[in-house]
Design a protein around this ligand. Structure first.
Ligand code: IPE
Ligand code: IPE
Ligand code: MG
Ligand code: MG
Length: 333
């Protein structure tokens, strides 16, 4: 699958289809990310928001609402809410991960400090609540506030699973379902809810978002070993340095012989990392086919996502969402 046929077009087509809505969402984001009382807030939010980001999650909300025939304007509030929640989690995540690059720029924790990142992340969370309240839908509030709690649970679970070689694929699945897929599924579900779609369709949209999010995070974790800093806008090898048990590593550890186990124990459990260790880890991932196996898992999630849309009336938007499932996996190539 070449990059230009499968990986670029779905995003471009979705962006073009949703351009008017997205422009209004971006205006809403810019208007609501400021603060009259603490100048540090707009400094940090502008730094992150102006760096762009794919706007994937708000696009999911806009697309699902439109696909379900929504004609009102509350989906704009929801799309902005979803991006605010996402941005807040990124600010917090970069503190937790001690990351120094995000969206191709130095992180807020590097340019300012951890305290500012955490507090501005909190501010964005609070702003997101205010945006969703404006829809007047308790159901939507329930979905998005639950997702926010689930994201935090996923991040905390990951914290306690890090550095532990006994981490299983089941725990990994739980972690990424929480930290990443929960927001994807909430983003797609609220699109259906705001449009008043049938309950069966709302459930399908949830399944689609969940599976898409799972594929997306598995691929993100693959890119942390196999991508380039230029294309991902983040440092390659961060997960290794943070001693995170991501899917390729879990798969390689499961197949390790004694000598390899000793290596993983040293670099992941003890955190004793030396020059050349990342390269050696990569060679072990390669030897055990761990990257390819993880990619197969991502492909399976993408297939689940596409299958979830079968009962949705066939429209151009449905097709774009199906193609998007291929795109998230094709990012690897
Ligand atoms: C980054 O998400 C966090 C993950 C779940 C891996 P994105 O890759 O969607 O981030 P932006 O918004 O495009 O920067
Ligand atoms: C993404 O997690 C952050 C959340 C989903 C909350 P990661 O730590 O794996 O993602 P990057 O690599 O920093 O974007
Ligand atoms: Mg991170
Ligand atoms: Mg990562």
């Amino acid at each position: 699958m070449s990059l230009d046929t499968a990986s670029v077009k779905p995003m471009e087509r979705l962006s073009a289809e949703l351009a008017d809505d997205m422009e209004r969402v971006n205006a809403l984001i810019r208007a609501r990310m400021v603060s009259e009382h603490a100048p540090r807030i707009p400094e940090i939010t502008a730094h992150l928001v102006e760096a762009g980001g794919k706007r994937l999650r708000p696009m999911l909300t806009l697309a699902t609402a439109r696909m379900c025939g929504y004609r009102g304007e509350d989906h704009l509030l929801l799309a902005a809410t979803v991006e605010f929640i996402h941005t807040a989690t990124l600010l917090h995540d970069d503190v937790v991960d001690e990351s120094d690059q995000r969206r191709g720029r130095p992180t807020a924790n590097l340019l300012w400090d951890n305290k500012s990142s955490v507090l501005v992340g909190d501010y964005l969370f609070a702003r997101s609540f205010k945006l969703m309240v404006e829809t007047g839908s308790l159901r939507v509030l329930d979905i998005l506030s639950s997702a926010s709690a689930t994201i935090a649970e996923g991040e905390v679970l990951q914290l306690t699973a890090a550095q532990n070689l006994a981490t299983t694929e089941a725990i990994y699945t739980q972690v990424i379902r929480g930290k990443t897929a929960a927001l994807f599924s909430a983003a797609t579900e609220v699109g259906g809810v705001i449009a008043g779609a049938d309950e069966a369709i709302v459930r399908d949209l949830h399944t689609y978002g969940d599976a898409l999010g799972m594929a997306f995070q598995i691929v993100d974790d693959l890119l942390d070993y196999g991508g380039s800093t230029a294309t991902i806008g983040k440092n390659v090898g961060d997960d290794f340095r943070e001693r995170k048990l991501t899917l390729p590593v879990i798969k390689a550890v499961a197949k390790a012989d004694d000598e390899e186990r000793a290596f993983w124990r040293r670099v992941i459990e003890k955190g004793d990392q030396r020059d050349g260790d990342l390269e050696h880890a990569l060679s072990l991932l390669d030897k055990h086919g761990a990257m390819a196996a993880a990619r197969d898992d991502a492909l399976a999630w993408a297939a689940t996502a596409k299958a979830a849309l079968e009962q949705v009336p066939q429209t151009a938007l449905r097709e774009m969402l199906e193609d998007l499932a291929d795109y998230v996996v094709a990012r690897i190539n």
